[in-house]
Ligand binder design. Structure first.
Ligand code: KG4
Ligand code: ZN
Length: 398
């Protein structure tokens, strides 16, 4: 399905990359990072000219999670300085830009409004096209910041707010294969880490602790075992692990539990990804076995693409999980790709790149485009088959 219906409009035609490519400023303010980046998309692929990220972790640490009001205020204070720095580091004048892209959702709406309003003002003042970008679409294209990646690909998007398997056919053209019916994987990491007395964000802290642990003595629940779909569930695991955290007495106990949690989350991600890989391979017999590593020139000569499995989002920064998924991909004949570590967690380079790809297709936005707290990538599927039955007035979540 096309996701651009309600927030993008086709301009007179696609924007040519030109000899020096399309250069886009991206802005990201949907959670607790104020970020700006300049990316150039040319025949050579995506080139990050600058990427500035101001993390608000210190502002929220005392509360054990992101406080929306504090986040929004901090974005207001930081967005101008962060953007000016991104422009200076790229060494460009505003006249060198072809467009301004800003995250328009999903996320904490107070923060989204700050970046989107700033983007609108910049686009208006400089006479540039505005591109409203879905934050998840940014994650979806983020692997393209590290390597030229062809469409289509199978995507596991694992972040603090989302956990989905998607078939990505191109920018704005994605179908959901599975999603979490309760918590996201990153959310499970964060909440379990909080119960264990680790800092925020919990994922990196838990990964560090797990390195010295052996989780084999802990039995954690396995969710949705009998189901044949690609959906996820982490709430049972979260509750069980949080209870076990209360019984931990020594540092070794905590390290062992961290290892058990990381393995349990990794196992579920792998199980569902494996199912999706089998379905995807069956549905796409035209794609070559990516693990065979045929010389790509030979493949290109006959125009054959390979099976690609991409992992993106904050949890993709977890090295153990990354390795598990890479082994799985190889086993099933997929080439494995993940963004460079710095582009796994929230950043504006992925927003600038998604913006540039949209601009190239002529998919720009009206200046009155609204910020959206909820915005599923595969909106058609989310409306027909919402995972959360009570969608409320904000609309379907996933
Ligand atoms: O993509 P992201 O920066 O923000 C969202 O869009 O949600 O993801 C943040 C999430 C947090 O839940 C964080 O704990 C998790 O990604 N995360 C990790 C690691 N690094 C970040 N989880 C596990 N291991 C990591 N190394
Ligand atoms: Zn994110």
């Amino acid at each position: 399905m096309k996701m651009d219906a309600d927030y993008s409009r086709a301009t007179d035609g696609a924007t040519e990359r030109g000899s020096d490519g399309l250069t886009v400023l991206g802005l990201e303010t949907s959670c607790d990072e104020t970020a700006a980046s300049v990316v150039r998309l040319s025949a050579a692929g995506a080139q990050v000219l600058s990427s500035v990220i101001h993390s608000q972790i210190d502002d929220h640490a005392a509360y054990g999670g992101v406080v929306p009001e504090i986040a929004a205020r901090s974005h207001v204070e930081m967005i101008d300085g962060v953007t000016r720095r991104a422009m200076a580091e790229a060494g460009l004048d505003w006249s060198a830009l072809d467009g301004v892209a800003a995250t328009a959702g999903p996320g904490l709406v107070g923060g989204v409004m700050v970046g989107l309003s700033y983007g609108k003002a910049a686009a208006l003042a400089r006479g540039l096209p505005l591109i409203a970008v879905n934050h998840l679409e940014g994650h979806a294209v983020s692997a393209r910041l590290g390597a030229e990646t062809t469409y289509p690909f199978l995507l596991l998007l694992v972040s603090g707010g989302h956990c989905q398997l998607l078939e990505v056919r191109g920018i704005g053209d994605m179908s959901r294969l599975g999603t979490t019916i309760d918590d996201a994987a990153g959310e499970a990491f964060d909440k379990i880490a909080k119960a264990m007395g680790l800092g925020y964000p919990g994922g990196p802290a838990l990964e560090k602790l797990a390195a010295s642990g052996d989780g084999s003595r802990f039995e954690l629940p396995r969710a949705l075992l009998g189901r044949k779909d690609c959906d996820f569930s982490f709430s049972g695991l979260k509750t069980a692990a949080s209870r076990l955290a209360q019984t931990c007495e020594t540092d070794q106990d905590r390290a062992d539990l961290a290892d058990a949690v990381q393995k349990a989350i990794g196992r579920q991600l792998a199980e569902r990804s494996e199912r999706a890989m089998k379905d995807y391979a069956e549905a796409h017999p035209e794609l070559a076995d990516g693990a065979l590593k045929q010389p790509s020139a030979a493949r290109e000569a006959v125009g054959q693409k390979e099976r690609l499995f991409v992992v993106a989002g904050g949890v993709a920064a977890n090295k153990t999980i990354r390795r598990t998924l890479e082994d799985l991909a190889t086993k099933h004949g997929f080439t494995f790709l993940a963004p460079p570590m710095i582009y796994c967690t929230d950043n504006a380079a992925m927003i600038a790149l998604a913006g540039a790809e949209r601009l190239e297709k002529g998919l720009t936005s009206d200046i009155d485009v609204a910020a959206r707290p909820r915005w599923p990538l595969d909106e058609a599927r989310a409306n027909v088959d919402p995972v959360h039955k009570k969608t409320g007035r904000k609309g379907a979540k996933a």
